[in-house]
Design a protein around this ligand. Structure first.
Ligand code: SF4
Ligand code: SF4
Length: 200
């Protein structure tokens, strides 16, 4: 994926060669360990609507997941400087949407040859993985199963493997924050998000 393709509409479904090799070798970031569904990333209303429009999905694809302590703790690890905001976006006792998975933990949009969704319709978290932003710096998750991580080892080499630019990561991360109801950057004042964009 090129840096520009992270910023511009990209209707293709084909993944980077390194991700195709990863998929051929075994489970990828599109599968979770059964039992860990509650800490899966959320899907906002805006992301859900985009997936439904792109996929022609009538039913299925998403499930309601309770805003448990484990989920909020996981969100706190992703957004350590936004911890105070998180319970307002994901109130304890409420729920949020996440991608549905099969009994083996595979995302329901996963086919044998990869994700069936056009890349620009995938959830922001999927498009960003394995990259993240921490304190303004582009970082990568410690994901031992990720071939990009195993082959690249450093963030700059991982970015190069995916032909991804830091600017693209920053842009996508900002869009993810907005979609999930957070201010676009850490430290900015919280404004209650529009229900059309974000619905807990
Ligand atoms: S939506 Fe696509 S990219 Fe995201 S987890 Fe599911 S199969 Fe993978
Ligand atoms: S991002 Fe990493 S885990 Fe996901 S398909 Fe690519 S190499 Fe595999």
């Amino acid at each position: 994926m090129s840096a520009d393709s992270a910023l511009l509409p990209d209707a293709s479904t084909s993944d980077a060669p390194v991700c195709a090799r990863c998929a051929a070798a075994g489970p990828t970031c599109c599968s979770l360990t059964p039992g860990l569904e509650e800490v899966c990333f959320p899907v906002s209303e805006m992301e859900r609507a985009r997936i439904v429009e792109a996929d022609g999905l009538a039913v299925g694809g998403f499930v309601h997941q309770a805003n448990t302590e484990a989920f909020l703790a996981q969100m706190g690890r992703l957004f350590p400087r936004d911890r105070k905001i998180l319970p307002r976006l994901f109130p304890p006792g409420g729920d949020h949407l996440r991608l549905a998975v099969d009994p083996k933990g595979n995302c329901v949009f996963l086919r044998a040859d990869g994700c069936r969704l056009p890349r620009d319709a995938r959830p922001y978290y999927c498009r960003l993985f394995p990259f993240w932003l921490n304190g303004g710096a582009v970082t990568a998750f410690a994901a031992p199963g990720c071939l990009v991580h195993r082959q690249g080892r450093t963030v700059s080499r991982m970015l190069a493997l995916l032909e991804y630019g830091e600017a693209g990561v920053r842009e996508l991360h900002g869009r993810l924050r907005l979609a999930w109801g957070l201010p676009p950057k850490e430290g900015m004042p919280f404004v209650t998000p529009s229900p059309a964009r974000y619905r807990p």
